[in-house]
Design a protein around this ligand. Structure first.
Ligand code: FAD
Ligand code: 2HG
Ligand code: ZN
Length: 472
């Protein structure tokens, strides 16, 4: 029995057709929990509109019947933002049928895509036009452009190209009252007042439904060099990025840090991965250099940088990939961490950021503090050094039961956020607040910022129907 009136459900079905509505429990299942099973909810129905007009009509019906809706893309988010609450009265609005690439304009270097297009499909369409769409993340085979926009996704290329916000020129949206805003402008300059699109990028589905976007394209890269480097400390990584950037400038397109613990999890759980070195090391970085020229001297530049770092004792060992298979194997070691950590029982995710120069101090003091207070917890620290963004994740101690780890979670999170705040950092650099960090945001954002955010939320969504219980 649905908790919503039959009349409402019939009206929604008239808009989206039978293909656009899911009501049976088995088919609803995958929309109601995240891939880690960390968040679970219930919903009255899943609605899958196929056009912007259908989204608008569904949103208008939700308004008329006062039904809350939860926008959802690929459901790869890491903070429960796309999962409904437990009431069973909400509607999940899945954008996955809105999956058309509307236009590629190679001269304007733009691509216009619908919200449900999978990120990897955007990469492929850009490549077909001899261009690059640079947003790059482990979930790119499943996450959607709508989700990337709603979370202002980051990933491994932010140090060169910026976050999703920096890659977006225009948006098309359905506002909470069902009006359609067509802001699909492919302009790099437009100073006609407030830049409204930026309110919706990163709003995690709380201000409106993103239905399409105009995104920036870049020249395709024709040479790429990838290296795996062992380091004695996280401090060495921060110094190394300075050396490499000084030599290579914008050719530096990836610089990913991983602790030994992170790599060990991947080696234990991800099939086909092997350690590039015989000896173990406390830290590793994956470095990627790219250039638009087919025969750019990237290996020479990298060797120069690593040579200087070796002399200064910042690097213990290094290997440069010599085939596409080796490049893929090195990235698999990096991108496998999320999946691998999942095999080690319950974990706590913290996607914090601090100034790049403060990364070593953060790791040093937080490691020490946590290991003293919570003996045995396994710290899985890795991330995007160029952005000051660390995934400072915690797995339960070996042999401990899940319940005692869960009992410590609040205190662990608090300790990590206090250390972040002490360095003037952010409690969410990438994944957003969702439901996971909503309460923490009340402690770590300024009251004035929260008040302004609430004012914006009430202005756009006075009935509080857009993804309630998330962010604010
Ligand atoms: P969902 O999970 O479906 O939704 C995320 C949020 O966006 C929810 O609040 C939802 O309500 C809202 N939303 C979705 N679509 C719309 C829409 N059309 N309109 C309005 N609101 C909408 N994130 C990073 O930033 N960097 C990384 O490097 C990264 N790596 C990852 C690696 C793995 C293995 C995994 C599983 C996740 C990773 N993520 C990363 C997190 C996640 O992939 C991103 O947050 C991604 O942008 C979410 O896209 P999605 O389509 O899955 O959105
Ligand atoms: C990454 O950089 C993602 O791999 C995921 O942001 C981080 O799973 C995580 O905690
Ligand atoms: Zn990340």
């Amino acid at each position: 029995m649905s908790k919503l009136p039959d009349e409402f459900i019939r009206a929604v079905e008239r808009v989206v057709g039978v293909l656009g509505i899911i009501r049976d429990a088995e088919r609803m299942h995958s929309y109601l929990s995240d891939w880690r099973n960390a968040y679970r909810g219930e919903a009255a129905l899943i609605v899958r509109p196929a056009s912007t007009e259908e989204v608008a009509s569904v949103v208008r019906l939700c308004n008329q019947y006062q039904v809350a809706l939860v926008p959802q893309g690929g459901n790869t988010g890491l903070c429960g933002g796309s999962i409904p609450d437990a009431s069973g009265t909400q509607v999940v609005l899945s954008l996955t049928r809105m999956n058309r690439i509307r236009e590629v304009d190679a001269t304007n270097e733009t691509i216009t895509v619908e919200a449900g297009v999978i990120l990897q499909k955007v990469h492929e369409a850009a490549a077909d036009a001899g261009r690059l769409f640079p947003l790059s993340l482990g979930a790119q085979g499943s996450c959607t452009i709508g989700g990337n926009l709603a979370t202002n996704a980051g990933g491994t290329a932010v140090l060169r190209y910026g976050n999703m916000r920096d890659l977006t020129l225009g948006l098309e949206l359905v506002l909470p009252d069902g009006q359609i805003w067509n802001g699909l402008r492919g302009l790099r300059k437009d100073n006609t007042g407030y830049d409204l699109k930026h309110l919706f990028i990163g709003s995690e589905g709380t201000l409106g439904v993103i239905t399409a976007a105009v995104l920036k394209l870049y020249p395709a890269m024709r040479s790429v060099t990838t290296a795996w480097v062992a380091l004695p400390s996280a401090d060495a990584a921060v110094q190394l990025i300075g050396i490499i950037r000084g030599l290579c400038g914008d050719r530096l397109t990836g610089f990913e840090l991983m602790s030994r613990q992170s790599v060990e999890f991947v080696l234990s759980h991800v099939a086909g991965c092997s350690d590039p070195f015989v000896e173990t090391h406390p830290w590793y970085v994956l470095i990627e250099l790219s250039d638009t020229q087919p025969d750019a001297p990237l290996n020479d530049l990298l060797e120069l940088g690593i040579g200087e770092a070796l002399e200064r004792g910042l690097v213990s060992d290094a290997v440069v990939a010599s085939s596409e298979a080796q490049v893929a194997a090195l990235w698999a070691l990096r991108e496998g961490i999320s999946e691998a950590q999942n095999h080690e029982g319950p974990s706590l995710k913290h996607d914090i950021s601090v100034p790049v120069s403060s990364i070593p101090a953060f790791i040093h003091s937080t490691d020490q503090h946590l290991l003293e207070r919570f003996p045995g917890v396994r710290i899985v620290a890795y991330g995007h050094v160029g952005d000051g963004n660390l995934h400072y994740n915690i797995s339960k101690p070996v042999g401990s039961d899940d319940a005692s780890f869960r009992a410590q979670q609040g205190a662990i999170m608090h300790a990590i956020y206090e250390a972040t705040a002490a360095l003037n950092g952010s409690i969410s650099a990438e994944h957003g607040l969702g439901q996971a960090k909503r309460a923490a945001a009340r402690l770590y954002k300024q009251p004035l910022e929260l008040e302004l955010m609430r004012t914006i939320k009430t202005t756009f969504d006075p009935n509080g129907l857009m993804n309630p219980g998330k962010v604010l």
